[in-house]
Structure formats: C-alpha cells, structure tokens
Design a protein around this ligand. Structure first.
Ligand code: ADP
Ligand code: 5GP
Length: 235
C-alpha cells in the first residue's frame, strides 16, 4: 500500500469513528432528556366549581404548550353540550355502563355530581402517560379526595371564582345550564370552596377574576413545579 493510500485509509477510519462517537453522545443525551421530562412529569389535578374557568384556562395552557400536556378524558353520564366531542371533552356514556365498568375495576376514581356520574378510567390516564405527556385531570371535590389516596403524586390546583355572584353570572352566561342544573351547581360550588380552604389539600388556589392574571399565575406555578416545561413551550 502506498503511503498516500495509508493516510487516506486512516483518515476515512477516523472520520467514521468521530461520526459514531457524535451519534452515540446525541443518543445518550436524547434518552436522558426524555427520562428527565418523564420523571418530572407529575400529573396535574385542576379543580374548582363548575363555571370557575377551568376549561378556559386549560385551553390557553394547551395552546401555549402544544404537546406537553395530555388531558385525561373522563367518562360522564351527562349529555354532551354544544361543541363537545365524544372522546375529546368526555367519553359520553350511560349510568348503567359506567356502573358496570366501575364494578369491573376499570376506574381510578368516580363521583356523583349534579345527578350524573363522572369518572377517570385507568385507560384514560395510561393513554396520556404512554405519550410521555403531563397528565391533566379535571376533577370535582370527591375526585380530588380519591386521587389523593392513590400513588399518582399529583399537583393540586383550585380555580376559585371571585365571588358566588360572579360564578352564577358566568354559569348563566355560558348558556349550558337549565335553571335547575344551575342551582345544583351553585350548591356544590359552596362546598367546593369550603373544601379548598382546608389546609394541605391544594398546592395553589388561583382566583379567576381577570383571566390574563389568572392564567399567568397558573403558568408560573406550573413552570416552577415542572422545570422541564420551560423547554416545551411552543414558539
Ligand atoms: P369550567 O370549565 O370551570 O366549568 P368555563 O371555563 O367553562 O368553566 O368558564 C365558565 C364561563 O365563564 C365561560 O363562559 C367562560 O368564557 C367564562 N369565563 C372564564 N373565565 C373568565 C374570566 N376570568 N372572566 C370572565 N369570564 C370568564
Ligand atoms: P361539567 O359537567 O361542568 O363538565 O363537570 C362537572 C364537574 O365534574 C366539574 O367540577 C369537573 O371538575 C368534574 N369532573 C369532570 N370529570 C371528572 C372525573 O372524571 N371525575 C370527577 N370526580 N370529577 C370530574
């Protein structure tokens, strides 16, 4: 072999080695960041009276952090509202089917609310976790109590209306309630607010008076509690 060919061979060999080294480092870094993201991803439970603004705030959050969060799609026996999609907002079901599935052990938690059954299936949480997204659960008081008994190690956020009068106006203004269902929701709201005042239940209570301010508070809490979120903000 000529001297020139030996040098060319050595060069080719080293370039291949350098490439292999770079790709190994990249793959280690990638798997580590995925692991950190996954490990840091404590589920987030959002609770608050019906009409306090949970869905409104979550919509802004999910829009800003496009693939970071995954909503745990609950089951409910209530009828869909205008614009609500089966499998997106809820899995719309019947009381009979839900009771059967609850007895079969398919639910992590369930509760009766305003004459209907609501519940989180094991499958709904697994679906989000499998995608390595931060699981967000929208739950009423009993659901919060029940999830606290599990090993989910969630963050607990309470969205509070500025007053009961404002809550009544917002619920009415949403145009989703009958006179009777609005009254039922108002009754439950008082108990939910009282529950939120107990020590050690919620990690943060956000008063949703001004929407922008409430959203800022929500985002800043999540960025503090879930540091990996900083890298997941949409441009
Ligand atoms: P929840 O999901 O808690 O039941 P929604 O997000 O549906 O509540 O909010 C109830 C109604 O109040 C909606 O019509 C929404 O547009 C309105 N709303 C939410 N936050 C505010 C706010 N800060 N100021 C005024 N209206 C609001
Ligand atoms: P809405 O009928 O307004 O969508 O929801 C009514 C209440 O049910 C809200 O307080 C909401 O947080 C709660 N909720 C929604 N899904 C679930 C669930 O899977 N489990 C429990 N426990 N509550 C839920």
């Amino acid at each position: 072999m000529s001297c020139q060919r030996i040098i060319l061979f050595a060069l080719h060999y080293s370039v291949a080695h350098i490439r292999y080294f770079i790709s190994s480092v990249k793959s280690i870094l990638h798997s580590e960041s995925a692991l950190v993201t996954n490990m840091a991803a404590r589920p987030v439970v959002i609770s608050g009276p019906s009409g306090s603004g949970k869905s409104t705030l979550l919509k802004i959050l999910f829009g800003k952090f496009k693939n970071a969060f995954g909503f745990s799609v609950s089951h409910t026996s209530r009828s869909p509202r205008a614009g609500e999609e089966n499998g997106v907002h809820y899995h719309f079901s019947t009381k009979e089917d839900m009771r059967r599935e609850i007895n079969e052990g398919r639910f992590v938690e369930h509760a009766e609310f305003s004459g209907n059954i609501y519940g989180t299936s094991k499958r709904a949480i697994k679906y989000v976790m499998d995608k390595k997204q931060i699981c967000v659960l929208d739950l009423e008081e009993q659901g919060v109590r029940n999830i606290k008994e599990t090993d989910l190690n969630a963050l607990y956020i309470f969205i509070k209306p500025p007053s009961l009068e404002v809550l009544r106006q917002r619920l009415g203004g949403r145009g989703t309630e009958t006179k009777e269902s609005l009254e039922k929701r108002m009754d439950t709201a008082m108990s939910a607010i009282k529950f939120s005042e107990a020590r050690g239940i919620y990690d943060i209570v956000i008063i949703n008076d001004d929407l922008d301010k409430a959203y800022e508070e929500l985002e800043s809490f999540l960025l503090t509690e879930i540091p990996s979120l900083k890298n997941l903000q949409s441009q």
